[in-house]
Design a protein around this ligand. Structure first.
Ligand code: NDP
Length: 317
């Protein structure tokens, strides 16, 4: 029996990045009267991005926060109810599904779309965070921000596939790419490493840890220490990229939803279905490969369509 209260919805969306908002727009237009629970970082990773120039439909670019504001307005225009709360517990096997927040609120849902995203890992150096937050040349996404460093020198930290991929990508745009590897080997697949070694303008600094990102308002260099001889050197760069992995925001779903070894939610085939009927996953929380606003939005649309179909099949709408 459908519970008619303001905290029940045919479709509850958890998370408020491009995937969550797009799911909300589609679910609202399908008359599912969705509820969105934003999470602590309303707007997701784009809230700490300066200019977004690769999202179709914005020929002059838009800042991340402005774009997320547009997404929110569009979702609200069709009747999405938005709650600025953080989910801290779920019961997804029950019918309806139950979602509890840090505000002490319980929501119930016939279907749930998880769009909680992933968080880039940072070194958490004071200089890195200061320059990142003031848009001064620190980024965790080469595809998003590499263009701003065309013809300039940049550093990339990391030694996995992401670091190899980002360094290679940047080497086609930038004058020099300094890849900072903390050990004497890379974890990246052999073929990706080979691409790095074959690029004449990628300089690998082995056994090197970052001590400081140098610059007052804008990155001007990076201080690195060689862990074998403790020698500290400063490399002049204008951009500093992190590629040391992402953490999918799935802690609250542990023991409920199927995940891979890193914690990304597993979806079935070409759909957004999870292992629990009526629960769907979209955006970076289930995608460790593409991680773009536009791909997240695409899977948000898919999740809303999948949810609508499932609700019909179950006779819930
Ligand atoms: P990984 O976890 O694979 O690698 C993280 C890298 O960052 C490691 O080399 C690690 O170093 C380094 N690192 C971690 N912390 C620090 C630190 N504090 N200082 C310096 N270096 C640090 O993450 P990725 O994002 O690279 O990859 C995640 C997953 O996505 C992998 O499964 C990968 O294969 C996949 N992927 C696939 C791609 C493709 O196929 N095209 C592209 C990108 C990712 P250390 O080795 O010393 O621990």
């Amino acid at each position: 029996m459908e519970t008619q209260n303001e905290y029940h919805s045919k479709c509850v969306i958890i998370g408020s990045g491009p995937a969550g908002y797009t799911a909300a727009i589609y679910a609202a237009r399908a008359a599912l009267q969705p509820i969105m629970i934003t999470g602590m970082e309303q707007g997701g990773q784009l809230m700490t991005t300066t200019d977004v120039e690769n999202y179709p439909g914005y020929p002059d670019g838009r800042t991340g926060p402005e774009m997320m504001d547009d997404f929110r307005k569009q979702a609200e225009r069709f009747g999405t109810k938005i709650y600025f709360q953080h989910v801290d517990r779920v019961e997804l096997q029950s019918n309806p599904k139950r979602i509890f927040t840090d505000a002490g609120q319980e929501f119930t849902a016939d279907s749930v779309i998880v769009a909680t995203g992933a968080t880039a890992k940072w070194l958490n150096l004071e200089s890195e965070q200061r320059l990142r937050l003031q848009g001064g040349g620190v980024s965790a996404c080469a595809v998003c921000d590499g263009f701003f460093y065309k013809g300039l020198d940049v550093a990339v930290v990391g030694a996995g596939d992401s670091a190899a991929e980002e360094a290679t990508y940047l080497s086609n745009l930038c004058k020099n790419v300094h890849l900072l590897v903390r050990k004497e080997e890379m974890r990246a697949s052999k073929i990706m490493q080979q691409r790095v070694f074959n690029s004449k303008n990628i300089h690998v600094h082995w056994n090197s840890v970052t001590k400081e990102v140098v610059g007052k308002d804008q990155v001007t260099g990076v201080k690195i220490e060689n862990v074998q001889n403790s020698e500290v050197t400063e490399i002049p760069v204008q951009g500093f990229f992190l590629a040391i992995g992402h953490k999918p925001n799935t802690d609250v779903f542990k023991g409920h939803l199927e995940m891979d070894e890193i914690g990304y939610l597993v979806t079935k085939g070409k759909s957004t279905r999870t292992n629990i009927p009526g629960v769907f996953a979209s955006g970076d929380v289930q995608d460790s490969v593409y991680r773009q606003a536009v791909t997240a939005a695409g899977t948000g649309c898919m999740a809303a369509l999948d949810a609508e179909r499932w609700l019909k099949e179950e006779g819930l709408i």
